[in-house]
Design a protein around this ligand. Structure first.
Ligand code: NI
Length: 146
């Protein structure tokens, strides 16, 4: 392992400390390493050419004009990527949808961007899981503490 020095603003450091306390890390280094690994894993997945599956979650206001139709339209336009969608009527105004997608990571990211940037859509999150390659860039070795 190498020791590096980074400059970080107070707000971001407070966030790191919050993550540290919530998840029970014993050192900041450990918490920061895992946060970097998460980001790196995301980047690696996006650069991957192979087939992936993905879970796309989002909340939307079904009273926003034509939004439900627009979202359905997008998923139909990309029916080759869309496997299934679960719809939950969350409360009076809001719906939660979970879409299972399958395809190349960049195409899944693009579809996710189209959905998540619609006005009236919030809390969008995309989780991409590679299904072809098993190159593991996240060793999860928590035995070495700094
Ligand atoms: Ni609904």
């Amino acid at each position: 392992m190498e020791r590096i020095t980074i400059t970080i603003d107070e707000d971001l450091l407070a966030t790191v400390d919050g993550v540290m306390n919530r998840r029970g890390y014993t050192s900041r280094s450990e918490a920061i390493r895992d946060l970097i690994r998460d980001g790196a894993a995301r980047e690696n997945i996006l650069s991957q050419a192979g087939e992936c599956v993905a879970v796309l979650d989002y909340v939307y206001d079904h009273e926003t004009r034509a939004l439900a139709q627009r979202l359905t339209h997008e998923l139909h336009t990309h029916h080759d990527l869309s496997v299934a969608t679960m719809h939950v009527h969350l409360d009076h105004d809001r719906c939660l949808e979970t879409a299972i997608l399958r395809g190349p990571a960049p195409a899944l990211q693009k579809l996710s961007d189209v959905v998540s940037t619609q006005r009236g859509v919030s809390h969008a999150s995309l989780h991409i899981i590679p299904t072809e390659s098993h190159t593991h860039t996240h060793p999860h070795d928590h035995s070495t503490k700094a």
